[in-house]
Design a protein around this ligand. Structure first.
Ligand code: SAH
Length: 348
């Protein structure tokens, strides 16, 4: 069998491996291999972005959702979720506070909530971009029509996050209800790119029914799609979902995959996610040390934070935005990096 380090060196040279090579690299995880990949990933990140870690202010605009993803705490079948939607004034107030704290990217994320139609979103985007032309706005509102994506892009949206969730169609079917499809998810990603968005895909690590073979397909998809952003974080069970008793993904494997993704696509913007910080007290720092270069602290009003509960025990739900930012700045500095006041666009 080929030594894992040899495979990693090949990945660095060629930015590509076969599905079989990806699978055996991931299956052969060891702390030594992960440390080697992390060292290489940080060198590459450093050569492109220096020590800057970019930050995005996350505004969770609604937890109403028409979908029923089996893993997600705000799925429509969760009758015990306390639903909320922010008003336009509340969302804009989050941006005002975020701007004064040094955020230059705002992410509007939510369930698939018909209330946030194109007219509402375009009005909001025009207003936020008019007030803060030096900021980027990222949307993460799930699957919409091409026309809708286009209208929001024309109104000022810069980026769109839509995790592919898994690049294996049959695995996708085990995580989602039958009215959702892998092909539509992928179609949306390509449409977003064609329209002109900077696009983010991504997946959960350790989701139910995931295998080393499905992870290999995720890495292959990232290698071919070359996303501008890639969100990966551990699956964390939520007590009111069909996956309540499944086990969470591991921080170690998540960090190893962060390193591999950095090596596959060096300029990618790669967050150390809140889910990673949830399963491990130093998860976000470990993510940065594995090659991540983005953090996405919460800017939502404290009154709604606990309600946007995608998974159990989500961290930072009680802290004011300013406290979150200060705490994260300290955490990032402990890794030798610093929090940049910058839009943090991809360097191509
Ligand atoms: N409705 C939007 C935003 C979804 S929430 C959309 O469809 O894109 C953002 C991400 O949270 C999801 O893409 C999913 O990968 C992740 N997520 C949802 N439930 C989770 C859980 N139980 N554990 C970890 N991550 C989860």
């Amino acid at each position: 069998m080929t030594e894992p380090k040899t495979t990693i060196d090949k990945l660095i040279d060629e930015r590509s491996l076969s599905l079989e090579e990806y699978e055996s690299l991931v299956a052969g995880y060891s702390p030594e291999t992960a440390a080697y990949a992390a060292q290489k990933a940080c060198e590459i990140r450093q050569s492109i972005y220096g020590n800057a870690v970019f930050t995005r202010g996350l505004v969770e605009i609604s937890n109403y959702c028409k979908n029923d993803c089996l893993y997600c705490g705000i799925r429509r079948s969760n009758r015990s979720a306390v639903r909320y939607r922010l008003t336009r004034e509340q969302i804009e107030a989050c941006c005002d506070e975020g701007y004064s704290l040094g955020f230059r990217t705002f992410v509007f994320q939510g369930g698939e909530d018909a209330f946030f139609g194109d007219d509402f979103m375009c009005g909001l985007l025009a207003s936020v971009k008019g007030k803060y032309p030096d900021c980027a706005v990222t949307l993460s509102l799930g699957e919409r029509s091409r026309e809708s994506y286009k209208r929001m892009f024309d109104a000022g949206a810069d980026r769109y996050l839509l995790r592919h969730e898994t690049a294996d169609e049959s695995h996708y079917g085990k995580l989602h209800p039958k009215e959702m499809s892998f092909s539509n998810r992928i179609k949306c990603l390509y449409e977003l790119r064609e329209i002109g968005y900077q696009v983010g895909c991504g997946f959960m690590v350790g989701s139910p029914y995931q295998t080393y073979a499905t992870i290999a397909k995720d890495l292959k998809f990232i290698e071919t799609f070359k996303p501008d952003m890639c969100g990966i974080g551990p699956f964390v069970p939520h007590h009111e979902t069909p996956f309540a008793s499944q086990k969470a993904g591991s921080a170690e494997l998540t960090c190893f995959l962060l390193s591999l993704i950095r090596l596959i696509h060096p300029p990618v913007l790669l967050p150390a996610t809140t889910a990673l910080g949830t399963i491990d007290g130093r998860g976000r720092e470990k993510g940065i040390l594995a090659g991540a270069n983005v953090v996405m602290p919460n800017l939502s009003p404290v009154s709604v934070r606990k309600k946007y509960e995608l998974y159990d025990n989500k961290i930072c739900t009680g802290d004011e935005a300013a406290e979150c930012r200060a705490c994260l700045a300290r955490r990032i500095e402990s890794t030798g990096c610093y929090l940049a006041v910058d839009r943090g666009d991809i360097k191509k």
